[in-house]
Design a protein around this ligand. Sequence first.
Ligand code: XMP
Length: 517
Amino acid sequence: MSLMQQKIIILDFGSQTTQLIGRRVRETNTFCEILPYNKFPKDDPDVIGVILSGSPYSVYDQKAFKVELSQFMGRYPVLGICYGAQFMAYMGGGKVEPAGSREYGRAHLRQFEKENPLFMGFEPDSQVWMSHGDTITKLPRRCRKIASTDDVEFAAYASEEVPMWAVQFHPEVFHSTQGFQLLKNFVVDICGSRQEWSPASFVETTVQELKEQLGNDKVILGLSGGVDSSVCAVLLNRAIGKNLTCIFVDHGMLRKDEFRKVMEAYQGLGLNVIGVDASAKFFSDLAGVTEPEQKRKIIGRDFVEVFNAEAKKITDAKWLAQGTIYPDRIESLSITGMVIKSHHNVGGLPKEMQLQLCEPLKWLFKDEVRRVGHQLEMPERLIKRHPFPGPGLSVRILGDITPEKVRMLQEADDIFIEGLHQWKDADGVELYDKVWQAGAVLLSAVKSVGVMGDERTYEHPVALRAVTSVDAMTADWAHLPYEFLARVSNDIINKVKGVNRVCYDISSKPPSTIEWE
Ligand code: XMP
């Protein structure tokens, strides 16, 4: 995406909801960058406003993240959220004190300045979400109160003169019912966003940039069947056509018929794809291995070997493209210090190939990748796909892996997933679209007794897992309808040979993880 465009800078003070602020700003069709609190860009002509996030710290903590406000205050409109609001108060001569008790949860704006541009369109008693231990007891210089709740007198304050706005609550979370309106008021009306960031503009400028960047060079891309790599491929295909070669490795532990179906979908999109069926190699190297990390290591190693062998055949390739997206790259702050997430789609290509990296989706959030997929008219099923782990079903078979166990799991998983697609609510929305991720797990190390007809059976249980989540960092088990679970359970036990029991996993993450291994 061309960076010659308006942008909001979000300074991250370590809050869990900082990424959410970014996503909401993007939803106003405005580009934004999330940067560590101390990395405000010096001379960026595209900046139109600044947002300060919340933080796990109190302004009085020794380790509290502090920033020199004069870098941007007075130059751009600033919005402080929670800690951001407290920090600006503290630095500006106001007072912040521990609240009597932590204020957490719903509150209502009993009074607010109706004419304030931040609250344009706000309903009386608008619900907001609070989550703070400290509270502001005296406003900073030149500022006045613009909103209060029953418990928090300075729920929001402002000074048009600076200009700055500050809110004690979290407009970015869903439970602040008009929170999006507030962010939009700030970004569009106060900062003057022209709202030019859209999937259509992204596609247009990115294709143009890729053409310029890649010229007539050859590019290799590893496809996984997932949304990110697929959208990346279609975008590159638009820009450079047959100079893009995609490699899709079948390790034998994909979903039922997935390799064939995805290959067909890719070919339907006009992509130049080499499909490599390497399942025999993977099964043979995994034989007898039960330890989860060991399985992952073998699959990772074999994958690199197979991918590299294919990539090397494209002798004149200059670039390796990857579907890296923005959350993979955001430098996130942890309480123990700076942590930078690393991301590896393809683990280390041979050095002698000397490929340069091309990451056209690197500014996008996941939901934006999907919107770009729509813009590129990609098939709905490819765009909506749930995340699926790189090692595939191998981490959903407890114990060693055999082709027979994979077959059993593929059958059970297919019944579950197709069931989720077919079960629709009154508005026609599939149950599949209401969960973040779902799949079946074969408890192949366990056998239990059952009875079928007149016969006693002694076979394996299958566990079903479906979760809701926003980023896979935390997740809750999906509250699927009982009638749906009953039907799927019945189908699996009747149709999948070797399975005589179905359980539903009702663990959240943390303390459990999404995958069983
Ligand atoms: P957990 O099980 O850690 O999973 O809660 C979080 C998300 O990551 C996916 N996952 C993986 N993805 N390679 C991957 O590419 C892996 O080894 C792997 N393990 C877990 C998981 O499916 C979920 O979306």
